[in-house]
Write a protein that binds this ligand. Structure first.
Ligand SMILES: [Ca+2]
Ligand SMILES: [Ca+2]
Length: 360
């Protein structure tokens, strides 16, 4: 029983040794196991064997085969150099939409770019509004009615108001007993318009479906045709498998003649032109200039006798006013929003292309 078990263990270790290129040494271990301890004291079994370093350009184990030529470098591959104007060879995990960071054997990130569908929702546009604009009001006049309340029968005089918000002294103002303020809206000094607001866009961050991360191998060896390098075959995150071997150049290029023939375009950014169209307005309506005149019984415009709105209405007072002040108020009016403005426009397009050309 012991012998049978020993043979089985020996064969297992021998198999492992062959795979590692150390069959000769392990053969000795097999004899040791065969004599009965059964626990395989093979720790020192590699003594004397120099493993092939696949990235140093030397035949380390003396079998006449350097780096990629050596069967110990089965997890390496000869990669052709990048032609003039191209960067590489680099390794890329093009199977994953979110590739892992560059593995230790290819630690340099040569490019991070994006590809695939861009997800971006249309701009959300703020509501449009329209405001009356460009109103210049002419100063009004004040009709003073003398010796008869709200009647011009017994004499009147019109005083042109020459300044707003100033204490004025119309001639013979003290004779008036009633007043009529002319509506200033009848004397617009400009053609008003409707000024649209700006519809402001709210946008999300555009996202490509996939990312490409190009990883440049660290140490590379020889044993390949001239100019080619012996580089690791590694899977994403350093796992077993093989990332795609590629070369890359900025722009949208044709792949050069040679082994790197499978083209893939990736992008450095997305151009976002999402915006909102201009707001549209109708014509202004009911635009009016506004103001009120006040007459005072003192020279400093502090003692109010009467307030006279500039609406055309007649206001009775009494004689004895000596000063007048016209207080100008903001014009009023309406502007309506015309539908069709403030709509989302533009979109998101990939930009800053880079070409990847990979081994089939
Ligand atoms: Ca070597
Ligand atoms: Ca060798």
């Amino acid at each position: 029983m012991r012998a049978a078990r020993a043979v089985r263990l020996s064969a297992a270790l021998l198999g492992a040794g062959l795979a590692a290129g150390c069959a000769q040494v392990l053969g000795v271990n097999g004899v040791e196991i065969g004599d009965g301890d059964g626990n395989g004291s093979g720790a020192g079994g590699h003594g004397g064997h120099v493993p092939e370093d696949c990235t140093n350009g030397k035949d380390d184990d003396g079998d006449g085969k350097t780096d990629c030529q050596d069967s110990e470098c089965a997890s390496y591959q000869c990669l052709d150099p990048a032609p003039m104007g191209w960067i590489g060879p680099v390794l890329a995990d093009l199977a994953s939409s979110t590739p892992a960071p560059c593995p230790k054997a290819a630690p340099s990130e040569a490019l991070v770019a994006s590809y695939g569908t861009i997800t971006a929702t249309p701009a959300q546009c703020s509501t449009c509004s329209c405001a009356v604009d460009g109103v210049v009001c002419a100063l009004p006049s004040l009709l003073e009615l003398r010796a008869a309340f709200c009647s011009a029968v017994n004499g009147s005089a019109s005083f042109a108001i020459t300044a707003a918000n100033q204490c004025l002294a119309p001639p013979n103002l003290s004779l008036a007993v009633s007043y009529q303020g002319n509506p200033p809206g009848q004397a617009l000094a400009s053609k008003p318009s409707c000024k649209p607001s700006t519809s402001m866009p709210t946008t999300d961050t555009p996202a490509f479906a996939s990312q490409a991360r190009l990883c440049a191998p660290g140490a590379v060896g020889g044993g390949c045709k001239p100019q080619a390098v012996c580089a690791p075959k590694i899977g994403p995150n350093g796992a077993s498998g093989a990332m795609s071997a590629c070369i890359t150049a900025p722009g949208d290029m044709d792949c050069p003649a040679g082994p790197y023939s499978v083209k893939k375009l990736v992008y450095g950014k997305a151009d976002d032109t999402r915006n909102c169209s201009a707001c549209l307005c109708g014509n202004p309506v009911n635009v009016k200039c506004n103001g009120t005149s006040t007459v005072y019984s003192d020279a400093a415009c502090t003692m109010v006798k009467a307030a006279i709105p500039h609406t055309g209405a007649c206001i009775n007072s009494s004689a004895g006013s000596i000063r007048l002040m016209y207080a100008e108020e903001p014009p009023t009016g309406n502007c309506s929003v015309t539908p069709g403005g403030g709509l989302p426009m533009g979109g998101v397009m990939p930009a800053d292309p880079h070409t990847l050309c990979c081994l089939p």
